[in-house]
Write a protein that binds this ligand. Structure first.
Ligand code: NCD
Ligand code: ZN
Length: 342
């Protein structure tokens, strides 16, 4: 039986929600990861240090007794975020980054930024105090094809942003295209997170045998050529690419709907999914650095010292796990997977 023992990983992009949903999903992440960058897209969003303190306290209160987990907080950038908010965030020590959502791009992004240029004073402050900017890198222009929105964001918004603020440290979150890989490789002070779904699946899976809402997330899955480019980047050993699940739980009845929510739930089995992807590229030896080293190195935090073990053992991903009003369907539910965390 093959075993893989690695340094305990962290999740550098996670949606934990709040209230009963938070209590339901947090134990899964705590089983897998030591720390996580917590997305601020609550309703209303986490906009100030005070909001982040309160949310962090609610997360800590939901950690199962006797277990260790450190939530790393982020602020949600709005048209009204001020340079003073950035200084306060940096001084707080526990706010690790600021998240940019274009208004209307995705779940709970109504408070997002209406024009990225409106934030230049804030970006200048972030560059000055060295607080990273996390990007949901898609344009929202409805005239742009949904499969092209990441590439157009890079061309129209990110390239000019990096020209205006070359020293601003940026994470292009949940990248989905070879264009994003190439841009990250060619540009200083920018890294990227990659999700398990974008490493394992192309957009074909969305329509395999019928419409499959549990594979729908944003940015949407792309063609196979892009998936291969992402897998190549993740397994290349380049520290600019690291783990971020974007686990984004929605109740089953909100996904299986005439207007289903975007988001894949992967906190249950994240490391197993990544192991599956890395094994497919014959690159299990590259998993530890991707999952456990390059993220803390980017965020200038110490690497974890504990370890976890993945065992080669086939098991079936459950159809559903308990959640709120209705159950929660994990990514790739019902399929067999070859690795198990112990
Ligand atoms: C996320 C969510 O549900 O909060 N959904 C998703 O498809 N990834 C929002 C986001 O990160 O885009
Ligand atoms: Zn996300």
């Amino acid at each position: 039986m093959q075993k893989l023992t690695i340094t305990r990983p962290d999740d550098w992009h996670l949606h934990l929600r709040d209230g009963a949903a938070l209590k339901a999903v947090l134990p899964h992440t705590v089983r897998q990861f030591a720390r996580a960058i917590i997305m601020p897209n609550l309703k209303p969003p986490v906009r100030t240090v005070a909001d982040a303190v309160a949310y962090r306290d609610r997360i800590i209160a939901a950690i199962p007794a006797g277990q260790q987990f450190e939530p790393l907080m982020t602020l949600y950038l709005t048209d009204n975020t001020s340079p003073e908010d950035i200084v306060a965030a940096k001084e707080s020590q526990f706010v690790k980054a600021v998240k940019y959502y274009p208004a209307g791009a995705t779940t709970n992004s109504d408070f997002g930024v209406t024009d990225i240029r409106k934030c230049d004073r804030v970006f200048a402050a972030m560059q000055q105090v060295d607080l990273p900017l996390l990007l949901h890198g898609e344009v929202t222009d409805q005239a742009v094809d949904v499969f092209d929105r990441e590439q157009v964001f890079i061309e129209q918004q990110l390239i000019p942003l990096k020209q205006r603020f070359p020293k601003l440290r940026v994470v292009l979150e949940h990248i989905t295209t070879s264009d994003a890989v190439e841009f990250v490789l060619a540009t200083d002070n920018i890294a990227a997170t990659i999700t398990p779904q974008h490493l394992l699946f192309s957009r074909n899976i969305l329509f395999k045998g019928g419409i499959r809402p549990h594979f729908y997330c944003l940015p949407i899955l792309k063609r196979e050529t892009h998936r291969r480019a992402l897998l190549q980047a993740a397994t290349s050993g380049n520290p600019k690419f690291f783990l971020g699940t974007d686990s984004a739980p929605h109740p089953r009845d909100r996904k299986e709907s005439d207007c289903g929510c975007a988001g894949c739930f992967s906190a249950l089995h994240a490391m197993e999914l990544y192991a599956e992807a890395f094994e497919s590229a014959d690159a299990l030896d590259k998993l530890e650095a991707f999952a456990s080293f390059y993220g803390p190195d980017f965020y200038q935090l110490p690497r974890n010292t504990e370890q976890i073990t993945l065992t080669q053992k086939t098991w079936r991903i459950p159809d559903e796990v308990p959640f709120v009003e209705s159950g929660l369907v994990p990514l790739w539910a019902g399929e067999e997977i070859a690795w198990q965390i112990s």
